[in-house]
Design a protein around this ligand. Structure first.
Ligand SMILES: Nc1nc2c(ncn2[C@@H]2O[C@H](COP(=O)(O)OP(=O)(O)O)[C@@H](O)[C@H]2O)c(=O)[nH]1
Ligand SMILES: Nc1ncnc2c1ncn2[C@@H]1O[C@H](COP(=O)(O)OP(=O)(O)O)[C@@H](O)[C@H]1O
Length: 196
């Protein structure tokens, strides 16, 4: 397991599918020297997704092989689809950045929290049921995927109170601004710790 160093932080965006986690995460990251790590998945890409940009799309066989080689820092199976974060990608991201961000489901978020404690900051992004359904339609998710996602809505929402921070995503620039202020506060804390 990667040994996280003092000021390194993993910001994990979690919450219901379609709530706007990736949108917000990208908006926030433009203002900071922070990088994301793309997951590997066994599902097929949607027409709006690109290999290496949204996910690394791989076969079941390759995923299994990577699991056998213990390449994943964290991996989950959701509705028969495998997702995982490759440990070496995290190592590489931390070579040039102190802050890395991920978008994970609550199960994966919890695993990372248990591994890295205070170095993992959980940011829960949410919206009401009708809004997340509408946004998934807007994103052109297939109906069966939307249905599948919504079966996890209530359980996912129950993870909100476990997270360090939670934001309802109604006005995305406003939420991105609030999270940027939050990340600023972590940068300030680092300065006070190291600048003496
Ligand atoms: N734990 C974990 N969750 C992931 C990983 N990659 C993606 N996810 C989450 O898995 C869920 C489903 O992924 P998504 O591609 O959005 O939708 P789906 O494949 O259509 O169900 C979302 O909540 C993602 O944030 C990963 O590597 N680990
Ligand atoms: N505040 C918002 N208002 C309206 N649409 C939004 C807002 N935030 C995100 N979206 C849109 O909703 C869809 C889902 O957002 P996305 O970031 O892909 O969600 P998640 O990563 O949580 O599954 C996308 O089409 C995105 O452009």
């Amino acid at each position: 397991m990667y040994q996280i160093k003092g000021k390194e932080k993993i910001f994990v965006y979690t919450g219901p599918d379609g709530s706007g986690r990736k949108t917000i995460a990208k908006m926030v990251a433009t203002a900071f020297d922070m990088e994301t790590v793309i997951s590997y998945t066994t599902r097929s890409p949607r027409h709006y997704e690109k290999n290496g940009e949204d996910y690394h799309f791989i076969s079941e066989e390759v995923f299994k092989q990577m699991e056998t080689n213990q390449e994943f820092l964290e991996s989950v199976e959701i509705d028969g689809i495998h997702y995982g974060i490759r440990e070496q990608d995290i190592v590489d991201a931390f070579k040039n950045h102190d802050y890395v961000y991920l978008t994970l489901n609550p199960e994966g978020t919890e695993k990372l929290k248990k591994m890295y404690g205070d170095n993992v900051v959980r940011i829960f992004i949410f919206a009401d049921r009708d809004t997340v359904i509408q946004r998934q339609h807007d994103r052109q998710d297939p109906d069966d995927a939307i249905e599948r996602h919504m079966t996890h809505y209530d359980e996912t929402m129950s993870y909100k109170t476990n997270c360090e921070y939670a934001y309802e995503n109604f006005d995305s620039p406003q939420v991105a601004y609030q999270i940027s202020e939050l990340i600023e506060s972590f940068l300030d804390r680092n300065l006070t710790v190291t600048d003496y």
